[in-house]
Design a protein. Structure first.
Length: 94
């Protein structure tokens, strides 16, 4: 009896039309396999690691500014007051 019901349902459903509906209403028409998803995730992690972090920029700028003769003092967290700007030197223009 169950086999007969399965056969009747299979014959009643238009498989081609059903597949067309699934494709038409799919949220994404392009899918990625697990290996491609892993590669994209690794690429995103590498890009994030290479991104310039604010504390690196801050420490680089402060050290370079001081080496050139500039003076800056911290007023608040991550906020500085520049009290002396170095004069333009011959080495800075070269």
């Amino acid at each position: 009896m169950k086999a007969r019901l399965t056969q009747v349902i299979s014959n009643a459903v238009d498989q081609h039309h059903l597949q067309d509906l699934l494709e038409e209403r799919a949220l994404a028409h392009d899918s990625m396999d697990a290996s491609r998803v892993a590669r994209v995730r690794e690429d995103m992690e590498r890009a994030d690691a290479r991104r310039l972090q604010p504390h690196y920029i801050e420490s680089f700028f402060l050290e370079a500014f001081q080496n050139l003769g500039g003076v800056a003092r911290q007023r608040e967290a991550r906020r500085y007051e520049v009290t002396r700007v170095p004069a333009l030197s011959a080495t800075a223009t070269a």
